[in-house]
Design a protein around this ligand. Structure first.
Ligand SMILES: Nc1ncnc2c1ncn2[C@@H]1O[C@H](COP(=O)(O)OP(=O)(O)O)[C@@H](O)[C@H]1O
Ligand SMILES: [Mg+2]
Length: 418
């Protein structure tokens, strides 16, 4: 057996953490048809898919695809039907072989593996969920969920225990002994997901897994997948032609057309800066309120008080800025609350004036985080007369959002130069 091609050195950063992307796809082509390699010759490779088909009879499945996917990323492949999404995802496990280019996963060159290496690598690395569920109808839900483990050669007791556990994870406890036919579409797809997860794969490949489901069930499955991913933190490569699904689920979206990648970006980038008319057409109905976040529109807080400043200094500052209230933070910039003029005035009238602003006079205010989407900000902003503080996970004040900032962000772009 030859050495499996480990020809990309994992790059290690100074803290010793592996920082190389988990999946690296380079110059990947797939041409379907007779003698496909001739299509890659200089005279042909730059022609359109249509022209290539006319001249050679060959069909371009993927054209010069370059992608990098980080560990733990929820990566979406989106595009119209026939754009090459399935070809790409199937190529990742070599159910389809590429015509040229390379795929590295965890530094290993998949394109160079022999059949045996490939089978082993697939088993330990991937879980796959298909659109049509791909369940075996004549065996029970439990046996379906345990199927991959059987192939892997695990003893019966162990694989059933593991399968029971993943069925529980996807909310199917109690359904173990039923046959797939007795389950609704949504439940069948949960079995598909349980089967893929039973193996504890590093990378989950999902090809339009929810496309066959009713809209309500579909949304519910999306929500559950988001929740599940939050716990499992797998790398997920997810194919869809539905923009709202992509925006809801994806950390990163690659948009394909005629086998080519036309844009890669975060949901926010795709919606706010579509690369061309094709992407523009896709995102036409997308609401910026669903993708823009507090972090992307916030401003620095204009007036800030530090708790160790006395009430007198605080009042002077407020008055010089013509403000009636402001945020108070501690030494590490953690938000303590809002101090208003009235309360500060009362403090300096006291005989025993406090040297620092006591927390007891501060009003607690609602906060949001940088990833709160605008849609969720609306109600908070409208119920509060102050700018809404944006804090990080340690409660540190990062900035503020106001009604004005929100409306500025969601109103259609105007020429603001004049
Ligand atoms: N086995 C095949 N033989 C010939 N052409 C194929 C084959 N599989 C896919 N294609 C073609 O490759 C292109 C990409 O298909 P596919 O990856 O299935 O697109 P998507 O999943 O985005 O709908 C299409 O033009 C399709 O007709
Ligand atoms: Mg497809």
């Amino acid at each position: 057996m030859s050495e499996s091609g480990k020809d990309i050195e994992p790059s290690i950063d100074q803290s010793g953490v592996d920082v190389a992307p988990q999946v690296v796809i380079k110059d990947l082509w797939k041409v379907f048809g007779r003698d496909p390699k001739r299509v890659l010759k200089k005279e042909l490779r730059s022609l359109s898919k249509e022209e290539i088909k006319k001249k050679t009879g060959c069909i371009i499945g993927m054209r010069n695809i370059n992608l990098q996917i980080e560990k733990g990323q929820f990566y979406i492949l989106m595009g119209l039907s026939g754009s090459g999404k399935s070809t790409l995802i199937r190529n990742l496990i070599r159910l389809v072989n590429s015509t040229s280019g390379s795929i590295h996963i965890n530094g290993e060159n998949l394109t160079k593996m022999n059949q045996e290496q490939l089978l082993n690598f697939r088993k330990k690395t991937f879980g796959m969920v298909f659109q049509n569920y791909g369940l075996l109808p004549h065996i029970t839900v439990l046996d379906n969920a345990a199927y991959g483990l059987k192939i892997k050669g695990l003893p019966k007791g162990e694989r059933y225990a593991k399968a029971m556990q993943t069925l529980d994870t996807v909310g199917l406890k109690g359904w173990e002994d039923y046959y797939p036919g007795a389950l609704s579409g949504g439940m069948q797809q949960r079995v598909g997901l349980a089967r893929a997860l039973a193996n504890d794969p590093e990378i989950l490949l999902m090809d339009e897994p929810f496309s066959g489901l009713d809209p309500l069930i579909r949304r519910q499955m999306q929500d559950e997948l988001v929740e599940l991913q939050d716990k499992l933190k797998k790398t997920i490569i997810f194919v869809t032609h539905d923009l709202h699904e992509a925006l809801k689920l994806g950390d990163q979206i690659a948009i394909l057309r005629n086998g080519e990648v036309v844009q890669i970006g975060t949901p926010e980038e795709i919606v706010t800066q579509p690369a061309d008319d094709y992407v523009q057409e896709f995102v036409r109905d997308a609401s910026p309120a669903k993708v823009l976040t507090a972090g992307s529109i916030m401003e620095p807080a204009k007036v800030l008080l530090y708790a160790w400043e006395g009430p007198k200094t605080a009042l002077t500052l407020l008055r010089s800025q013509k403000r009636r209230a402001c945020f108070v933070v501690d030494k590490s910039h953690r938000l303590l609350g809002v101090a208003n003029e009235e309360k500060l005035e009362k403090l300096i009238e006291l005989e025993d004036k406090p040297k620092v602003i006591p927390e007891s006079i501060l009003r607690k205010v609602p906060t949001v985080t940088e990833d709160t989407i605008l849609e969720d900000l609306f109600s908070i902003v409208s119920e509060n007369p102050y700018p809404i503080p944006v804090v990080d996970e340690n409660g540190k004040l990062k900035g503020v959002v106001t009604t004005d900032l929100i409306f500025e962000a969601i109103s259609p772009e105007e020429d603001t130069n004049d």
